[in-house]
Design a protein around this ligand. Structure first.
Ligand code: FAD
Length: 402
């Protein structure tokens, strides 16, 4: 093997019969319940409650969560399959289901046994919804700069601040919230942030305006306002003042899901383009007979399969507990979401005029794809992570790029 991956073991994508059966079950759910309402979600900007109910019955909210905490078990590969299959038809519904991982992951990785039982279990069973409130008007990429404050008063913390672009917050029963509890230490900007679990009905917590973002209709984010919100000290996730690590480690794990969302969007847009190219006639032949269209289809399929391989490779490394999954997940997220953007754009072109008509259901893939290049760490931040990890793992050099 060659630099920087050195063993043949490093290059395996481990898919099993069980994974394939799971994909079939999700595909069946998608065809039966999601496909019929995908355009309705887009037009009404709302996901029907019955769809959440069906997803709950099938246990989709518990995928990737250990059985002892109410989940279905399965790891990153399973979660990637779920996200890919849902996003192939409705990226918004994919996000609506996957957002719970931004709440359960930090608790599963850093939380106490009691927090796992009390908060992860009902979310894994789909009985409660949850959201992740980190981004603020001042800052998204620069997590260390957040301005929300939490001060300790006896056995409680009092949190005040404003979070923006919080997915799923309109439905959420529980939130993880980041806040500054101490000033940064010299040379350690990230020091002094703490992560808390906050329940929806806590006085002072309000879900505010909805952001009119260009895509993910049906699952658009809201602002969350915290005004002197009193949270018990036992709701601290991980160590006080070391919440930066909780937040960034969470994204390391959930990022593979966004790569899979890119693959799903690319697959959905590709299938529509291929069908149209076969069926649409111009100059007395199907348009796929023209090299300009046929070569686009070839390039789309090549990019799609490369993105899929990279994504499931990153998921396999993560499931094996190989630390290099971090660099792989950043590469997969960057590549797959940019491939999704390109393929969605090419699919519109292949459709000609109807491609830009919202009724056709193709242009929405492009609007959704652009968002995937931004959330859970912009692709610039992923590129910085790739270089940082490369230098650290291969040369032992610590470089601060982001
Ligand atoms: C639809 C949607 C849903 C979201 N859901 C959630 C959610 O549920 N919870 C949550 O907490 N947040 C959520 N976000 C916020 C999202 O994670 C942030 O928007 C994202 O991390 C970027 O932060 P920012 O918007 O503050 O951009 P900034 O950090 O201000 O970045 C602006 C530009 O500068 C670039 N840049 C910044 N720093 C660097 C650097 N060091 N190197 C190179 N380039 C850099 C960025 O790449 C970007 O191009 C959501 C956002 C959207 C659009």
């Amino acid at each position: 093997m060659v630099f920087p991956f050195t063993s043949i073991e490093d290059f395996k994508v481990e898919l099993t019969e069980e994974h394939e059966l799971f994909r079939k079950a999700v595909r069946q759910f998608v065809e039966q319940y999601l496909e019929p309402v995908a355009m309705e979600i887009e037009k009404t900007d709302r996901i029907p409650d019955e769809l959440f109910e069906k997803a709950r019955e099938l246990g989709l909210f518990g995928v990737g969560i250990p059985e002892e905490y109410g989940g279905q078990g399965g790891g990153h590969v399973m979660e990637a399959i779920l996200m890919e299959e849902l996003s192939r038809v409705s990226p918004a519904f994919g996000t609506a289901v996957a957002v719970r991982a931004l709440f359960t992951t930090p608790i599963l990785l850093f939380g106490t046994e009691e927090q796992k039982r009390k908060y992860v279990t009902p979310v894994a069973r789909g009985e409660k919804f949850a959201a992740h409130a980190n981004t603020e008007p001042c800052c998204g990429s620069d997590v260390a700069a957040i301005q929300t404050r939490a001060r300790r008063v006896n056995d409680h913390y009092i949190i005040t601040g404003r979070k923006i672009f919080i997915t799923g917050s309109d439905k959420a029963d529980y939130f993880v919230v980041s806040a500054r509890t101490s000033p940064p230490k010299e040379g350690k900007r990230w020091w002094g942030i703490t992560v808390f679990i906050v329940e929806r009905d806590t006085p002072g917590l309000k879900v505010g305006q909805r952001f009119n973002v260009m895509g993910l209709r049906g699952e658009r984010p809201h602002e969350v306002i915290l005004d002197e919100v009193k949270v018990p000290a036992e709701n601290v996730v991980g160590k006080v003042d070391e919440g930066f690590k909780v937040i960034v480690t969470t994204y390391d794990h959930t990022r593979v899901g966004i790569a899979a969302q890119g693959v799903g969007i690319a697959q959905g847009a590709f299938e529509k383009a291929l069908n149209y190219a076969l069926q649409r006639q111009a100059f007395e032949r199907p348009i796929i007979a023209f090299e300009g269209v046929a070569f686009k289809i070839a390039d789309m399929l090549t990019m799609l399969e490369a993105a899929r391989l990279l994504t499931y490779w990153a998921a396999t490394l993560a499931d094996r507990g190989d630390r290099r999954f971090i660099i792989a997940a950043s590469m997969a997220k960057t590549f797959a979401t940019e491939v999704a953007e390109k393929i969605a754009n090419m699919a519109i072109k292949i459709h000609g005029g109807v491609g830009v008509d919202m009724e056709t259901g193709v242009e929405r893939y492009l609007r959704d794809a652009i968002i995937t290049t931004i959330y859970e760490g912009t692709n610039d931040i992923q590129r910085a992570t790739i270089v940082r990890q490369l230098l650290r793992d291969v040369f032992g050099v610590k470089l601060s790029l982001a």
